[in-house]
Design a protein around this ligand. Structure first.
Ligand code: NAD
Ligand code: UFG
Length: 338
């Protein structure tokens, strides 16, 4: 029996495949390689000392998916495949609705044909919009989601939950991630953004490696301890391990469960910059810029439900996140292209 990991060569997918292999699971990864490289999985296999199977396939291609389900004995699915660039989703909403929503529906149709009823979905804290309160619990109301990317996450949550209501045999876990950063401690796998990074940590590491001159800090007049935006950064290995616990949890219940996956700690942009500088001994020049549209003051999780029900909590702190992000970037200045 194997776990199908869609988006398995991507940033979070590759780290999760590694932890699943380490935990003894058989893994089948699929990806259309639109935002990743096959090399990530080669490195995962090297690190694990065993192999995940790989299929180059698009989740919108039902026949391609059927071929995989026919060949492999799939028992459960972790669904990472999707496009995730917020700005691009505003410019190209149809691309996002087609790729993320149509893709997920195709996957669900084929999964149903093959009677697979265990599913973990990569959702996001973005579904809380401007959070009604912090720390954000799973009871926090769903907010106004400011971009098509975030809306696809919420729409997929709704589609999946309706599917579960229609089938009492189904077990679904929605994981709402906060801000994943960091990399495997080996520095062999990590985040490899195309073009100018949108997110804070890859931007900082590209400044550190000399690819960008300085970091723009988007606003210093937020209602936070130093005026810069506060987020709940989570080490990608901790996040990957949350999926291993989620896979085990799927055996224990039928229906839908939702968990926030964060550390419970909020750090500002300047906290991250200062910690990165201290841990790695590198100066990060920065200047204060205008606020970025759609950004919020602060966003951090209550991680209590994940601890109580999944037996999972984040173990790695901000210093390890900064050290491992830099270790990956300096060993792989051009990502997987070297
Ligand atoms: P990523 O881009 O590294 O991984 C996504 C993978 O999906 C890529 O390898 C891409 O090639 C693949 N893919 C995209 N469309 C596909 C399709 N139609 N068919 C097959 N493969 C396809 O991104 P990531 O950071 O690893 O994110 C993984 C998941 O987690 C995504 O669903 C993302 O929305 C979600 N998520 C990410 C974050 C974050 O900050 N990184 C936060 C919350 C949620
Ligand atoms: N920031 C900067 N300069 C940059 C990049 C970011 O100051 O060059 C700031 C932002 O203004 C924000 C913080 O750093 O205050 C974090 O920004 P990110 O872009 O790294 O992350 P976001 O919180 O905006 O969004 C991320 C993912 C979303 C996901 C969300 C979940 O990009 O996909 O986390 O909380 F939905």
């Amino acid at each position: 029996m194997a776990i199908l990991v869609t988006g398995g060569t991507g940033y979070i997918g590759s780290h999760t495949v590694l932890e699943l292999l380490n935990a003894g699971y058989d893994v089948v990864a699929l990806d259309n390689l639109s935002n990743s490289s096959k090399k990530s999985l080669q490195r995962v296999n090297e690190l694990a000392g065993k192999e995940a199977k790989f299929y180059e396939a698009d989740i919108r291609d039902e026949d391609g998916l059927r071929n995989i389900f026919e060949k492999e004995n799939i028992d459960s699915i972790i669904h990472f495949a999707g496009l995730k660039a917020v700005g691009e989703s505003v410019e190209k909403p149809l691309l996002y609705y087609d790729n993320n929503i149509h893709g997920t529906i195709s996957l669900l149709k084929v999964m149903k044909e093959f009677n697979v009823k265990k599913f973990v979905f990569s959702s996001s804290a973005t579904v809380y919009g401007v959070p009604a309160f912090v720390p954000i619990t799973e009871e926090c109301p769903i907010g106004e989601i400011p971009n098509p990317y975030g809306k696809t996450k919420r729409m997929i949550e709704v589609i999946l939950s309706d599917m579960v209501k229609a089938d009492p045999e189904f077990s679904l876990i929605l994981l709402r991630y906060f801000n994943p950063i960091g990399a495997h401690e080996s520095g062999m796998i990590g985040e490899n953004p195309n073009g100018i990074p949108n997110n804070l940590m890859p931007y900082i590491t590209q400044v550190a490696v000399g690819k960008r001159a300085e970091l723009g800090v988007f606003g210093n007049d937020y209602k936070t301890h130093d005026g810069t935006g506060v987020r709940d950064y989570i080490h990608v290995v901790d996040l990957a391990l949350a999926h291993v616990n989620a896979i085990k949890k799927l055996e224990d219940f039928k229906g839908t469960k939702i968990y926030n996956i964060g550390t419970g700690n909020g750090y500002s942009v300047l906290d991250v910059v200062k910690t990165f500088e201290k841990v790695n001994g590198i100066k990060i020049p920065y200047s204060i810029k205008e606020r970025r549209p759609g950004d919020i003051d602060e966003c951090y999780a209550s991680s209590k439900k994940a601890l109580d029900e999944l037996g999972w909590e984040a173990k790695r702190g901000l210093e390890e996140m900064c050290r491992d992000s830099w270790n990956w970037q300096k060993k792989n200045p051009n990502g997987f292209e070297d």
